[in-house]
Design a binder for this molecule. Structure first.
Ligand code: FUB
Length: 447
């Protein structure tokens, strides 16, 4: 099978409020508490809580989203009661719901969104969100109880290939802009953002023109933060070559972004020399980069399509690769890799099978595999009659103790189709054993 995706041709192709504290986007920087414990301020909890995976180091951590306790502390979204030091306590009355574990609310901390309160804590769902301070990153406002979002997030323009990340009190989604009819026409990337998960803003934050060496195909990228810098890895068509991965850097998620290298980070020529392939057609399809920064600061790049996924460590500068790249394809993988970590387990979430693809996941104790197939998260979204097969593209992130899946549909309410996709978001739930529950696309988030 050719690795060149026929743009515009049948994409059959592959046949294709209380406060909470959040950490860096798709990173696993060590934080004081458990990686999954952003749920409620239990009595005497200490330290801010990681958002998107993270090494647990705290003495009074939170509890997983599925309600399994970590050492000491707060409450899970599944509603396990919290109390001082993590022991269950009676329900409180009145008060404010909390989204995430945070520092030092002290005795009398508030309750989880759906759970009962800790000792002296406030009430659960019925309370109104508060906004007291938290450790490190200030106060964040929770989704308001009773508020409702809508899917797709935007209907004035078509958007695709979402990748989420949380930074401070904001949930960001970087995604592409679909402008085609019978093929992909993608020239720029949007940055969507929300602090309440219901009201979203959209702006163009990066365009093809920012990469002088590229001439088409602003496809599926991902932004991550390391240190104080934001890196946006994107696949684009390298003039005279083929699809390649570039990286832009900025001091803020909304830019301005600057091409960090002035050339591709990975292209066919790099794959030939690094991986030892003989001819360009032997190389993997160089699209859909996902980058994850682990708790020790080591970043990993995954990418690929058509059933081949490549993984490698990035150098500390985030813009170079010295290691040998390897194919580390999880079971059923088609494309659209997204790597993250939760409670010490690495999760690869991806489009599986062939288009119209499902969204499946695999897990590993290492960011470079080997992978154990985990199951299906989302069934294939229906095709639009008479059109090429629909694509799927997932990403996940935790925000305020709740995990979310972002994806796009090709059958949206606005006359969409394979090349007029629309980004949507739904809540993602984990079972106590770390497995992910299957979900159905909803008409919008509700809190
Ligand atoms: O948007 C172009 C391509 O379609 C992406 O790179 C794939 O993930 C699929 O969504």
């Amino acid at each position: 099978m050719s690795k060149q995706r026929a743009i515009g041709a049948p994409f059959l192709i592959a046949s294709l409020l209380s406060p909470f504290a959040c950490n860096a986007p798709n990173s696993d920087q060590p934080s004081a508490n458990s990686d999954a414990g952003m749920t409620s301020g239990g009595a005497g909890g200490s330290g801010a809580v990681a958002t998107n995976g993270g090494a647990s180091a705290g003495s009074s951590g939170g509890v997983s989203a599925a309600g399994s306790p970590s050492a000491g502390g707060a409450v899970g979204t599944a509603g396990a009661p919290a109390g001082a030091g993590g022991s269950a306590a009676g329900s409180g009355s009145g008060g404010s719901p909390v989204a995430a574990g945070n520092s030092g609310n002290g005795a009398g901390g508030s309750a989880s969104k759906s759970g009962t309160s800790g000792a002296g804590g406030g009430a659960g769902v019925s309370g109104s969100p508060a906004s007291a301070g938290s450790a490190g990153q200030g106060a964040c406002t929770l989704p308001v109880v009773g508020s409702k979002g809508k899917n797709p997030l935007f209907s004035d323009q078509y958007s695709a290939d979402p990748a989420p990340f949380v930074d401070g009190c904001t949930f960001y989604i970087n995604c592409g802009h679909d402008e085609g009819n019978t093929g992909f026409v993608m020239k720029e990337w949007f940055l969507l953002s929300s602090s309440d998960m219901v009201t979203w803003t959209k702006k163009i934050a990066l365009t093809l023109k920012d990469f002088k060496w590229a001439d088409a195909n602003a496809w599926a990228g991902q932004m991550v933060k390391k240190g104080s810098k934001y890196y946006w890895y994107v696949p684009v068509n390298e003039a005279g070559s083929g699809m390649a991965i570039g990286v832009a850097v900025a001091d803020s998620p909304s830019g301005p972004f600057k091409d960090a290298l002035g050339k591709a980070l990975v292209d066919d020529a790099f794959e030939l020399s690094n991986m030892g392939f003989k001819t360009p057609p032997d190389t993997p399809f160089t699209i859909d980069p996902s980058v994850f920064v682990d708790g020790d600061g080591q970043a990993y790049l995954h990418y690929g399509s058509f059933g081949r996924m490549v993984g490698v460590k990035l150098n500390a500068d985030m813009i170079s690769i010295s290691d040998k790249m390897k194919e580390i394809t999880p079971q059923g993988f088609f494309e659209a890799a997204f790597l993250t970590k939760r409670e010490g387990v690495y999760y690869e979430i991806y489009a599986a099978g062939q288009n119209p693809a499902t969204i499946d996941y695999s897990t590993s104790s290492s960011p470079l595999g080997p992978w154990k197939y985990g199951g299906r998260i989302l069934d294939a979204l229906p095709n639009v009659s008479g059109q090429d097969a629909a694509t799927s593209h997932p990403g996940v992130a935790e925000f305020g103790g709740q995990w979310y899946l972002v994806y796009h549909s090709s059958n949206g309410p606005n006359g969409g189709g394979t090349y007029k996709r629309e980004v949507a978001i739904d809540k993602l739930s984990f079972n106590a054993d770390g497995s992910i529950q299957k979900l159905k696309p909803s008409a919008g988030l509700s809190f």
